[in-house]
Ligand binder design. Structure first.
Ligand SMILES: Nc1nc2c(ncn2[C@@H]2O[C@H](COP(=O)(O)OP(=O)(O)O)[C@@H](O)[C@H]2O)c(=O)[nH]1
Ligand SMILES: [Mg+2]
Length: 191
């Protein structure tokens, strides 16, 4: 193990939200060599049945982005993937919200992050195909400001990263050495 590896703190950032909102796409956008445990259907679509993992190294810490499954039937996998998280990102699908409005399930995901007692950010995804005014429709339903992004094109992702860095630098975090070891083991297994 390199000296750098023993010193750097590993920050676990979970991305939660309804299925098809773009969680896996965001992990891939943030980290070039992201890995995913997905089921690929014959029609070419894929769903996350385990989790996505992407690693981004900064000078003083390493961020581990964990995309979680949105389907309720994979709730058990989400519970495992979110365990011990330091920060959350709630992903909202601007396309479906434009069509159907904000649903109870989306708000329930925010409540889960509140119940986990971790700091979090909210992203409204798919800005590349949205009328920007949708942000105003969404805002009143949630407790924090909304980051309008496109996980696909990268639009707004720089600003999101800035907000994330700010959150990391201003939030006191505790470190469990066993959790740090588990994260490292999961990455080695998926590499
Ligand atoms: N137009 C558009 N489509 C997106 C964006 N992000 C994800 N998608 C599409 O939304 C679908 C679901 O994305 P995925 O990352 O698998 O969602 P997940 O189920 O939340 O992990 C895929 O077809 C993606 O290509 C985006 O920013 N813009
Ligand atoms: Mg996914």
């Amino acid at each position: 193990m390199s000296k750098k590896e023993t010193i750097l703190k590993r920050i676990k950032i979970i991305i939660v939200g309804v299925e098809e909102t773009g969680k896996s796409t965001l992990v891939r956008q943030l980290s070039g060599d992201a890995k995913s445990i997905e089921h690929h259907a014959k029609d070419g679509s894929s769903i996350t049945v385990g989790f996505d993992i992407g690693v981004v190294e900064m000078d003083d810490y390493i961020m581990h982005f964990i995309g979680t499954p949105g389907h309720q039937r994979f709730e058990f996998a989400k519970k495992i993937a979110t365990c011990g998280a330091h920060i959350g990102i709630l992903m909202l699908d601007g396309e479906t919200i434009s069509e159907n409005g904000v649903q109870a399930r989306e708000k329930a995901f925010e409540q889960e992050l509140i119940d986990m007692n971790i700091p979090y950010l909210i992203c409204l995804n798919k800005s590349d195909i949205l009328d920007e005014t949708v942000t105003d429709t969404v805002k009143p339903h949630f407790n924090l400001p909304i980051h309008l992004i496109s996980a696909k094109t990268g639009q707004g992702v720089d600003k999101l990263q800035g907000a994330l860095q700010n959150l990391i630098e201003t939030t006191p975090m505790t470190w469990s050495s066993s959790l740090q070891k588990k994260i490292r083991t999961a990455i080695v297994k998926m590499a």
